[in-house]
Design a protein around this ligand. Structure first.
Ligand SMILES: Nc1ncnc2c1ncn2[C@@H]1O[C@H](COP(=O)(O)OP(=O)(O)OP(=O)(O)O)[C@@H](O)[C@H]1O
Length: 347
């Protein structure tokens, strides 16, 4: 039985009289990676700060180990929750090792001196995060990805059952985002620590997290496994926005294009899909060519010059470059005008 480490009950968050979100209830069991998703301004950072006890809550409760967070002293809290927030003051003149050492401060005395056991934990945390080779480097000299690893190592050295991170993958390129998410995934798997992180990387969250929290304006917090939320069509509703649709089957967003004309195409396969996508971007809808068609585009998957243009039954052009081909089609105006414009979604 997986005991809940953290519980939020009917929580309201905000600033003074300003309610940012209310009616929030959720639990965090041990050893899970949980991603908090939501559009800009829905209150993800506010929620994380409220859970950490960094700002007063407006109503409800936050319990860690069955204890009210706002009843715990700073020291008691720092032994239970390690926090990596984007707006925390950075210490540019500290080395990686010094920063990770600060993670031990809830356990060290007034002077903050690390004993042998602390030093082993610092060293192990840096190794686990793959940042030990930079231990003597100043934080100011690190890349964004390395700095993020150093802060995660600090949180690890703090040795808390819960780690909270606000957008740890912001500003990172795709490989670094994947690396950080996998690192957090491994920490949750191997150390049984729970991790709550906010992110806008829906695709990675769907693949790597155990559970998602979806925060939306004026709606109770939705929580569940990625698969259950896909089954419930939760993302479609969450990201309902003009011009965007979420495809449940692929986990990808599709962008809406206005279509003003159409063209008949013969063929199939990957080349066909790419041709349809390139034409769609130019406002041309692809329809399947039937036998009576006099002018059409054709895709031959096994040919080097895969794209052909037929006018009045005759092939007048073949091309290997899709870009050149589409530009040619645009110039030839062989596509048929559609009477009323329509919209379709990209693939
Ligand atoms: N210190 C503050 N005082 C008053 N209102 C604030 C304060 N900080 C944030 N807000 C407001 O609270 C709301 C939620 O902000 P928050 O930063 O929590 O959203 P978010 O979901 O984390 O956004 P993003 O995805 O853009 O980071 C916003 O309307 C914001 O303007």
């Amino acid at each position: 039985m997986n005991k809940n480490l953290l519980q939020i009950k009917n929580l309201s968050i905000g600033y003074g009289n300003k309610l940012v979100a209310g009616n929030l209830s959720a639990t965090i069991p041990a050893g899970e990676l949980i991603c908090l998703l939501g559009s800009n301004g829905t209150g993800k950072s506010t929620l994380m700060r409220s859970i950490c006890g960094f700002q007063p809550i407006l109503g409800g409760s936050v319990l860690i180990d069955d204890l009210e967070v706002n009843q715990l002293s700073e020291k008691e809290l720092s032994k239970r929750i390690a926090v990596v927030l984007t707006d925390r003051v950075v210490v540019p003149n500290a080395s990686v090792q010094e920063l990770v050492g600060y993670g031990r401060s809830p356990y060290t005395g007034m002077m903050g001196r690390l004993n042998a056991a602390d030093k082993i934990m610092v060293s192990r945390a840096m190794q686990e995060c793959g940042i030990d080779h930079k231990k003597d480097s100043l934080l100011s000299s690190l890349s964004d990805g390395e700095r993020q690893k150093a802060f995660i190592a600090k949180a690890l050295a703090q040795d808390t059952p819960l780690i909270i991170l606000d957008e740890p993958t912001a500003f990172l390129d795709l490989p670094a985002r994947v690396e950080i998410m996998q690192l957090l995934r491994d920490i949750a798997n191997t150390s049984q620590k729970s991790i709550l992180m906010s992110t806008h990387d829906l695709d990675l969250a769907l693949q790597l997290s155990d559970r998602l929290w979806l925060l939306q304006n004026g709606v109770p917090l939705i929580t569940g496994s990625p698969e259950d939320l896909l089954l419930q069509n939760a993302f479609q509703r969450m990201f309902q926005h003009k011009g965007i649709v979420f495809d449940n089957k692929t986990g990808l967003f599709k962008v809406m294009h206005d279509q003003h004309s159409q063209v008949a195409v013969k063929g199939h396969g990957f080349e066909y899909v790419l041709l349809r996508r390139a034409l769609s971007r130019k406002g041309i809808k692809v329809i399947r060519a039937n036998e009576e068609e006099s002018s059409w585009l054709e895709v031959k998957n096994d040919s080097k010059e895969a794209f052909s243009l037929f006018v009045d039954g005759e092939c007048i052009q073949t091309e290997s470059s899709l870009e050149v081909f589409v530009n040619q089609v645009m110039k030839m105006q062989v596509y048929l005008e559609v009477k009323s414009s329509c919209t379709i979604f990209s693939e």
